[in-house]
Design a protein around this ligand. Sequence first.
Ligand code: HEM
Length: 84
Amino acid sequence: MGPNLHKIIGREAGTRASYSYSDVLGEADFVWTPAKLQDWLSNPRGFLPGNNMTFAGVHRPRDRTAVIAYLMLESGYEPGDLPE
Ligand code: HEM
């Protein structure tokens, strides 16, 4: 379920080729930063109403940070991927 998250950090939201996003995610105009991922994972439905991610999110801030750190380490993040 859901788009492949390889190199998600620093990528424009809703732009992975070959994935069919909801309209709200496809039309979203922001880059996935650790701060945006904190917001998304704290309340996926509330962050972007109408998106298709049927996941309640990660309640504890420290657990969200751990997930984001994991993504940075394991999803191909490199220094320079994030905007200044
Ligand atoms: C901690 C676990 C998860 C993380 C970090 C995560 C992260 C993300 C991110 C960053 C996106 C946007 C991708 C992009 O812009 O290219 C996304 C989309 C999506 N995720 Fe998750 N996700 C998680 C768990 C799940 C689970 C458990 C499901 C399914 C049960 C799921 C289903 C989806 C779907 C369907 C979308 C596309 C939403 C849309 O098109 O509106 N995700 N996820």
